[in-house]
Design a binder for this molecule. Sequence first.
Ligand code: GLC
Ligand code: CA
Length: 552
Amino acid sequence: MERTRWYKDRVFYQIWPRSFMDGNGDGVGDLWGVLEKLDYIQSLGADGIWFSPLYPSPGADGGYDISDYLDIAPEYGGMEAFKQLLTEAHQRGMKVIMDLVINHTSDEHPWFEKSRRREEPYTDYYIWRPAKPGGKLPNNWDSNFEGKAWTYDDVRGEYYLHLFAVKQPDLNMDNPLVREEVKKILRFWLDMGVDGFREDVITFISKEEGLPDEKLPLPAGKGISHYNHGPHIHEYLSEFYRDVFSQYDCLTLAEAPMITPAKALEYIEEKPGNELDMVIQFETECADCLFTDWIPMKFSLRKLKSAFSRWQTTLDGKAWNMLYIENHDHPRIISRYGSEKFRTESGKMLAVSYLFQKGTPFIYQGQEIGMTNWRPDSPDKYKDVQTIWKYQNTALNQSDEKRLHRLWRSARDSARTPVQWSSEPHAGFSQGKPWTSVNKNYRRVNVAAQEKDSDSLLNFYRKAIALRKNLDVVKNGTYQEHEKSSSQHYIYSRETASQKLYVICSFAKKETKWKCPKGLDIEHSKLILQNYKETLPDRLKPYETRVYLMEQ
Ligand code: GLC
Ligand code: CA
């Protein structure tokens, strides 16, 4: 089957289903809610949807702990609602991709139930090890979410590996039967008409033989050097490609923690049979932290720019970038790289900072209206497994206030509150009581209010997306960064033989002096997008952004 790489012309919208829209009033977002809002998603100019997991799940990790890969959770509307959604999305010309979570399952998946009882052929579906002499754990790896990476199972009398929560045992991908199960899952959804997958922590699926102890002094993720890009990763991904993906014109988008652009090329370089199409890198999410949001640092624009530019230039002409600034795993971007005081201005600037780069942009629900971090008054309100563990186990000697601030700043929950549709009760998200709190600012920050305001962030996203779709230079132009050493401004240009685009973004919270860099001919260009009515020749206002177009 020919790979048309249709994803290059698309803009995706990411739905984290529990908090998007509740259609039946039980307080939990669902596909009926998504159906109600399809017109809205389309009105943004988005023509692709990525669904975070919709499968049946005990919910130990927001659905990333799956107990049945071949069904849709009843609370989300079941298979019937999903098929309707798929049909309606396709009728609108929209593509739909699913989340594929196969590094681990839920411990309530029948495979695990059988594996712990050593029922064939499931005995080796997971990574089981006896205790080491002296009752020690099989190795020194840490789980990414809660404590050690090993939990003892009484039924089996052995430890199982879990790189994430205790309720997320890792599958043993070295077992060919497990790889066959994966292919079955892939075919099931692709045959139904799904257009591809976002592949959860896919670079973790092959563990080094012998599971050696981590020797590197890592600030987080102890063990990662033995399971990220493991020994058989290319073999397994090629196998999935050969046996399944090559037969469908679909998209494969790989989540790849800690990956560099050079490493990414090993997976996504466009040649016949490339294993994957795009990667979700983390470097642009680490401009205010070290590896993880839980090791916060001061925001560094230079770090962000260098990451943006390295990805743009290293992949250019060889592979395709996935562009994003928010998803369900990080606090809200305005609260991090922008300013809540200049919420609309900085929201617009952040949109421009990435939407005019080369690649396929993704927008996370609520980002388009400038939702900001949730700040509950008590740690008890948090639901995410990672947040709860971090709260109970770190910074114990700090004051309660500091510890709460730490949650606000780092928790994934900060970006998982219900989408704010209106100023009605529960932000119009549900007729019932939402499963988690609504951000208190919903009366001020909501879709309905922004629909009415032509200057709103929402309408700005629509304009920016429409522009990027109509301009060949955004899709095809080369990328060049200017004023690289500036710690206040991010400036880049895009160029084809017939068009030049100049993108100016100020990350400063004050008005700053600015001189148009050499090589940017803004005098002969047209200002096509801006976030302040008036622009000054030698200054940029707080978080000002401008996009100029020159047709040559
Ligand atoms: C990925 C997902 C995240 C999940 C984790 C474990 O990083 O994006 O939400 O918790 O994998 O599946
Ligand atoms: Ca519901």
